[in-house]
Structure formats: structure tokens, C-alpha cells
Design a protein around this ligand. Structure first.
Ligand code: NDP
Length: 347
């Protein structure tokens, strides 16, 4: 049976779909417009195991059900859902309508459709959550703290709706959506025959799937923007202060989604995906692996690391559960940087 991937045109979803197809899964993607559907189909070479349907409203369970039941495949069901669609943008201004409601109501809709299809073989929902659901930004750098998947962000729906800035509203939206998912599983436990896996990636860096490149640096996704803001400063420029201290390679995140589909050990688990880094480390590694663009990359204070000045994370158990190895920052930058400079037009 097929796997449903929501937000199929997203940065991470493009890698998820690529890896699913390579692993011989059948995939039904959902996007918000026909133009995006065509883009996704083309990016994956019109693969015969991929179809893409339009679901305009992420919170409309019936629209998903219609998409699944009416899609071109003879298979009118799905065996698992990978729920990646959620707003991740710091330029949204109506936090409740644009960040909280799609994340929270979108999660409820996904669990409703999982329930709808459980009699036809649906067994798993993989919910793409975030390190934002884990860490407590208000607690500050906390050098003595090691975050694990046992930690929870304290943010509430009200914190998000009344947040003074979009990053806080985004963190609240992700936290509340994840809490909703676990609460749903508990409330309906007696009549559920599917499991939930929560994946909590840190800031996701890495290359774009061909055909899915953003049109300009301004259109970059929020997480790769962090790397771009370091590697465009010029050799004698300043290395910006590290804002998000934990990262993970997009291909590792995609692999985690694929592995979760067949991992019994992952069912019912919340898995943190990430390692600490700092912007000086990005600059140092970038200057090593991307010598062609060295004049664009700030030197800063080579070798300086922030690690002792802020929290750590321990995702080793999480990686073991899935059998994942973390891609080194260097390998990530080697593949991402040439794309970023080309996106800027410095071919
Ligand atoms: P993208 O912005 O590239 O993709 C987001 C996807 O969600 C797009 O398909 C987008 O569709 C869809 N989407 C956004 N808002 C809505 C909405 N209101 N209704 C319907 N669909 C919507 O982000 P990523 O690939 O980076 O993120 C994918 C998931 O991973 C998200 O859940 C995000 O929170 C999570 N995540 C990302 C991290 C990162 O660093 N990138 C870190 C941790 C978690 P459209 O193009 O139409 O807007």
C-alpha cells in the first residue's frame, strides 16, 4: 500500500519522497496547488510510483480522504502517513491563523484520517515535529543542561498567539501540535490500531533536491538561511552569533522518516534528531570544503567553539533506535554551499 506524504513540495519532504521511491515505496503526496503538484512530479522524474494530489486546506480531513480515495492509483487506501506539512516561516504576522491553527488543526485532521483508514490497513503516522518542541528558549544558554527527547518546551497556545516574535510563535505552534497528537493517541487509545512516531529534528541544513531549488536567497527556507547568513559575509566579515545551536542534515531527517516506517522500536517514541554546532564551525568547515568561494566566507576566529557556553543535546539513543548515523557538518556544507552560491547567481 501507499504512503501519504503531506507538504510534498517542502524542503525536507522532497528528500523524503526521493528516498521512499528509492526504497520502492508507493507515494501519494499532497500539496496546495496544481502548479506545486506538477513541480513535485517533474522533480521526481514523473516516477511511476508517485502521484500528487491537491489538498488546499491542511485542516480539512475530508479533503485528504477524497484525495486518497480518488487518486489515480487502484489502491484506495494508505498504509502510513508522513505528516510534514506545517508553516515554517518567520515572516508570517498573524500567528494564530497562519502558524498555530494550521499546525494544530492540521495534526488533528491527519489523525482523524489515520483513524478513517485504519480498517483498510493504515498502521502508522510519523509526525514531523521539532527540537522546538523540546527546548526551553526562555531558559537561555544553560551550559549545564543536556536536552534529550524527554524534555518538553513549556510553550502554550496562548504563548504562541500572543508571542512578541514569529520564532516564538512557531515554537509554540510545533509544541502544541505535538502535544495534541500524543493527547489524541491517549484519548482514543481503546479504538486505535495505528501507532505514532514523533520525529524532532533540530535546524535542518542541506542541499535541495534538483528541481526544487528556491528561486533566490530571499526565498530560502528558514533553516538553510542560517547557513547562508554565515557564508555570504565575506572573508573579513563578521561571523554572526549562533542563534540555533543544534542542527541535522536533511538527508538524515529524510532517512529517519523512511526508517520509522519499518521500525517496531520507534513506534510510540519521540526521537530527537540533531547535534550541536556554532556559526564559527560553519565558517571553518565551509572555508575548508568550499575553497572556490573562500573569499565569500568569513574567517572570524578559526577554531573558536561556543560549545562550553550553551546547552548540549544527546540524541544518541534516538539515533540507535532508528539505526541512524549523523552526517558531519562538513559533508552537508560541501553539498549545500555550491547550490547556495548558484542560487544567488554566482555560477
Ligand atoms: P518547507 O517550508 O520547505 O515546507 C513546508 C511544507 O508545509 C510545504 O509543503 C508547505 O506548502 C506546507 N505548508 C506550510 N504552511 C501550510 C499551510 N498553512 N497549509 C498547508 N500546507 C502548508 O519546510 P521544511 O521542509 O523545512 O519543513 C517540513 C516540516 O519539518 C515542518 O513541519 C517543519 O515544522 C518541520 N521542521 C523543519 C525544520 C527545519 O529546520 N527545516 C526543523 C524542525 C522541524 P506551501 O509550499 O504551499 O507553503
Amino acid at each position: 500500500a501507499r504512503v501519504l506524504v503531506t507538504g510534498a513540495n517542502g524542503f525536507i519532504a522532497a528528500h523524503v519522497i526521493q528516498q521512499l521511491l528509492r526504497a520502492e515505496y508507493h507515494v501519494l503526496g499532497t500539496v496546495r496547488s496544481m502548479a506545486k503538484a506538477n513541480l513535485v512530479l517533474k522533480a521526481h522524474g514523473n516516477h511511476p510510483s508517485l502521484s500528487v494530489s491537491v489538498v488546499e486546506d491542511i485542516t480539512d480531513a475530508q479533503a485528504y480522504i477524497d484525495a486518497i480515495e480518488s487518486s489515480a492509483s487502484t489502491d484506495r487506501s494508505i498504509s502510513a502517513i508522513l505528516h510534514l506539512a506545517a508553516p515554517f516561516s518567520y515572516s508570517l504576522t498573524n500567528f494564530e491563523n497562519e502558524l498555530l491553527l494550521p499546525a494544530v488543526k492540521g495534526t488533528e485532521a491527519i489523525l482523524d484520517i489515520a483513524r478513517h483508514f485504519q480498517d483498510r490497513g493504515l498502521r502508522l503516522v510519523v509526525h514531523t515535529n521539532s527540537f522546538a518542541c523540546i527546548y526551553n528558549a526562555s531558559a537561555g544558554p544553560c551550559p549545564e543542561k543536556t536536552y534529550t527527547s524527554a524534555d518538553w518546551s513549556p510553550l502554550t497556545y496562548e504563548d504562541g498567539a500572543k508571542a512578541p516574535n514569529a520564532p516564538r510563535a512557531y515554537r509554540a505552534a510545533k509544541t502544541v501540535a505535538e502535544k495534541k497528537a500524543w493527547a489524541y493517541m491517549k484519548t482514543h487509545a481503546a479504538d486505535l490500531r495505528f501507532g505514532l512516531v514523533s520525529l524532532c529534528p533540530a535546524m535542518v541544513f542541506g542541499p535541495f533536491v534538483d528541481g526544487m531549488w528556491p528561486s533566490s536567497p530571499a526565498a530560502l527556507n528558514e533553516s538553510n538561511k542560517i547557513v547562508w547568513d554565515v557564508v555570504r559575509q565575506g572573508e573579513s566579515g563578521i561571523v554572526p552569533p549562533t542563534k540555533a545551536a543544534v542542527w541535522v542534515d536533511v538527508r538524515d531527517v529524510a532517512r529517519a522518516h523512511v526508517l520509522a516506517l519499518s521500525s517496531e522500536a520507534a513506534v510510540g517514541q519521540r526521537l530527537l534528531l540533531g547535534q550541536v554546532y556554532c556559526n564559527q564551525e560553519i565558517a571553518d568547515e565551509a572555508r575548508e570544503v568550499c575553497t572556490k568561494y573562500r573569499s565569500r566566507i568569513p574567517m572570524g576566529e578559526p577554531g573558536r567553539r561556543d560549545a562550553a557556553r550553551h546547552f548540549r543535546v544527546d540524541a544518541s539513543q534516538d539515533a540507535n533506535i532508528l539505526g541512524l548515523m549523523w552526517t558531519p557538518l562538513r559533508d552537508c556544507l560541501k553539498d549545500l554551499l555550491p547550490q547556495l552560491y548558484r542560487i544567488e547567481g554566482h555560477v
